[in-house]
Design a binder for this molecule. Structure first.
Ligand code: PMP
Length: 440
């Protein structure tokens, strides 16, 4: 039974390896946005493998690409030999990227996870510039290996850079809890000015860094979108000072934010992009794509046994093409807009909702204690305990949502781009009920 499986798993998987969360579900089948548990209950999945499943679970286009590859007799593992699948994936990827960035860009396959691509990008830029440090942002999340941890904002996990370089953390333009205490656009402008002043201050303590790494919308940080103007400023400031800009699109990529790639919103051209999650069409795949001028590695400088997997390349190429061809990017923007509008209306009715934000289908609902003391910007204390209760109330209503944000008080919505209007309606209804029930 499901209960027995859950019990066995808890015993067999050491506590050290489990996630902090636990969902009392044993999924046996999944299709699109729906996950079916062993108990026969069906859930709408607003987690989508932390944004991995752009096309939802088991999309026919993805399954067909995997089956075709399996049936073709193509070698499934070949280290770095050229294959038709790799060529096809790389072509699909470069075609999907903004032209000014893709032109002449190099694609480097990394270990299977997003964090591997982050390591590769940081190391590449250290090689290219001969510098060691990095600029990163408060609230950032880039992965769990050593270099990625060094640029992650969370003090519970962060570590020094393995290169010995220093990481300078800059304020991310998180308007609801504005680092400058003024909120809104004024706060965002200040955040941009801060970067420039700090770098230009000879007593600011910042050595010329090897790179700046940034998320266009912070995912784990609580679905916080950076304003386009702010991002353009970071690009200008880094370009003027010869600092390579790495954009981490592990979570924002493949249509998630209502653009194929989130950098398209601002039109900035980064020096490197770190990609994983959805690019593998639900199988593990990660790459760093970088501009030709940073091609500083000698052959063998960054290798690994599992650099790219044939099945993931086939599933990924099919996903990239289907997202582009099926109008799903526009769809993400349209459904995202509806969700954002209706959640904002809900905020007006439920005072425990402090903030509603996001871009496309990467949305966050920050839960607060409205009886607490508001800060200078009018934001109330975060309420992580309420967030846990809401997540449980959602599950009881057949809705899977995950928590995130600085204080684990943000409900994060990452539905597949294939979400129907009816499913979006059901998400809103169940979420509203769950918040009302848990918050009263
Ligand atoms: N960067 C970002 C922006 C992410 O959201 C994540 C994962 N949530 C990572 C990097 C790390 O990816 P992985 O978990 O595959 O190592």
């Amino acid at each position: 039974t499901a209960a027995a499986i859950l019990r066995r798993q808890r015993v067999r998987e050491s506590a050290a390896r489990t996630y902090a969360r636990s969902f009392p579900i044993v999924p046996v089948r999944a299709s699109g946005m729906t996950v079916e548990g062993a108990d026969g209950r069906r859930y709408l999945d607003c987690l989508s493998g932390a944004g991995t499943l752009a096309l939802g679970h088991n999309h026919p286009v993805v399954l067909a690409a995997i089956r075709r590859t399996l049936d073709s007799g193509a070698p499934l593992h070949l280290l770095d030999l050229a294959t038709a699948e790799k060529d096809d994936f790389t072509t699909a990827l470069l075609e999907s990227l903004p032209a000014p960035f893709a032109k002449g860009a190099r694609v480097h396959f990394c270990g299977p996870a997003g964090t591997d691509a982050v390591e590769a990008a940081l190391k590449l830029m250290q090689t290219a510039t001969g510098r060691r440090g990095a600029l990163a942002f408060t609230g950032a999340y880039h992965g769990m290996t050593a270099g990625a941890l060094a640029v992650t904002g969370n003090v519970a996990v962060k570590q020094p850079l393995p290169s010995g370089g220093e990481v300078t953390r800059l304020p991310y333009p998180y308007a609801y809890r504005c680092p400058f205490g003024v909120g809104g656009e004024a706060g965002e402008r200040l955040a941009a000015v801060y970067t420039e002043r700090l770098l230009d201050d000879p007593a600011g303590g910042v050595l010329p860094p090897a790179a700046m790494i940034v998320e266009v919308v912070q995912g784990e940080g609580g679905a916080v979108p950076a304003p386009d103007a702010w991002l353009r400023e970071q690009r200008r400031i880094t370009a003027e000072r010869g600092i390579p800009l790495i954009v981490d699109e592990v979570q924002t990529g493949v249509g998630r934010t209502g653009a194929m790639w989130a950098v398209e919103h601002s039109g900035i051209v980064p020096d490197a992009m770190v990609l994983s999650k959805a690019i593998g069409g639900s199988l593990p795949l990660a790459v760093v794509v970088y501009r030709e001028e940073y091609d500083s590695w000698q052959p063998g400088a960054h290798t690994g046994t599992f650099r790219g997997n044939t099945l993931a390349m086939a599933a990924g190429a099919a996903t990239l093409r289907h997202v582009a061809a099926d109008g799903l990017v526009a769809r993400a923007e349209q459904v995202g807009h509806r969700l954002l509008t209706e959640l904002t209306a809900l905020k007006g009715r439920l005072p425990v909702i402090g903030d509603v934000r996001g871009r496309g289908l990467m949305l966050g609902v920050e839960l607060v204690d409205p009886t607490g003391v508001a800060d200078a910007v009018g934001s109330y204390p975060p309420d992580p305990a309420l967030a846990v209760r809401v997540r449980e109330a959602c599950l009881a209503r057949g809705l899977i949502v995950e928590l995130g944000g600085r204080h684990d008080a943000v409900l994060r919505l990452l539905p597949p781009l294939t979400i129907t209007d009816e499913q979006a309606g059901a998400v809103l209804e169940r979420l509203a009920e769950a918040i009302a029930a848990a918050g009263s």
